[in-house]
Ligand binder design. Structure first.
Ligand SMILES: [Zn+2]
Length: 204
C-alpha cells in the first residue's frame, strides 16, 4: 500500500474489518440509513491504524500553512475514537503535542483534563475518526478557541455527511475517503422500513 492510500483501499480496510456495514440502521437522533461505520473496529489492527493515520498525516503535510507550523503544532481530538488517529498523526508528523477533550457524562460539556493549559495563539489541528454530524468537532473547536488557540484545519479518516452535518465554513477539511449513504429522517420516510428490512439501532 502507498503512503497515501486511495479511497478504495481505505473503504476496503473498513469493509474487511467489519467497520463499514451495509444494512438498515437507526441512529440515536432518529435518522435511518442503509450504511453504518464504526472505525474503531478497523483501528484495533495496528497496521491498519498506522496505514490510515500515516495517510491522513500526508494530506496535512501537503498543506503549506500546516506544514510550516508542524514543530509547534498541537493535535487535539475528542476522546475516545479520535485518540488512535491523533497519536498516529502526531507520530507521523513529529508534531509538538497531542491532547484530548472528553465528556464526563451524557449532556455534559467537553473539557480537557485538569491543569491542561493552552498557549495563547497555539496552532491546532482537530482530529477525529469520522465527521458525521460534526456536533462534537464543533464543540471541540469552540473549546480550543476559547483557550486562545487557533484551529488550522480538521482531519478525519472518513467524511460521511448526513443531512444534519454542521458547516465548518472556510476551515480546511482533510479526509481519506468520503462515504455517501442514503438517509431517511425517520421510520415513516424510510424506504428500508417500507421493505421490512430488519432494523439495527446503533449506539453512536
Ligand atoms: Zn428504516
Amino acid at each position: 500500500m502507498h503512503l497515501l492510500p486511495t479511497a478504495d483501499e481505505v473503504v476496503g480496510i473498513l469493509r474487511e474489518t467489519g467497520a463499514l456495514r451495509d444494512g438498515h440502521f437507526e441512529y440515536p437522533s432518529g435518522l435511518h440509513s442503509n450504511e453504518y461505520l464504526q472505525i474503531p473496529l478497523a483501528m484495533r489492527y495496528y497496521q491498519h491504524a498506522r496505514t490510515l493515520s500515516v495517510g491522513l498525516s500526508r494530506l496535512l503535510r501537503a498543506n503549506s500553512e500546516i506544514r510550516t507550523m508542524i514543530p509547534q503544532l498541537s493535535v487535539v481530538a475528542p476522546a475516545t475514537a479520535g485518540l488512535p488517529v491523533a497519536y498516529g498523526i502526531c507520530e507521523a508528523l513529529r508534531a509538538h503535542q497531542v491532547y484530548w477533550a472528553e465528556k464526563n457524562g451524557d449532556g455534559l460539556p467537553l473539557r480537557f483534563r485538569q491543569f491542561l493549559v493552552q498557549s495563547p495563539g497555539e496552532n491546532v489541528v482537530l482530529v477525529d475518526d469520522i465527521l458525521r454530524s460534526g456536533k462534537e468537532l464543533t464543540e471541540l473547536r469552540a473549546l480550543v478557541e476559547a483557550g486562545g488557540a487557533q484551529v488550522l484545519g480538521i482531519a478525519v479518516i472518513i467524511y460521511q455527511p448526513t443531512p444534519e452535518t454542521q458547516d465548518f465554513g472556510s476551515l480546511p477539511l482533510f479526509y481519506l475517503a468520503k462515504l455517501e449513504a442514503s438517509y431517511y429522517s425517520d421510520a415513516a420516510a424510510c424506504e428500508l422500513c417500507k421493505r421490512g428490512v430488519p432494523l439495527v439501532k446503533v449506539w453512536v
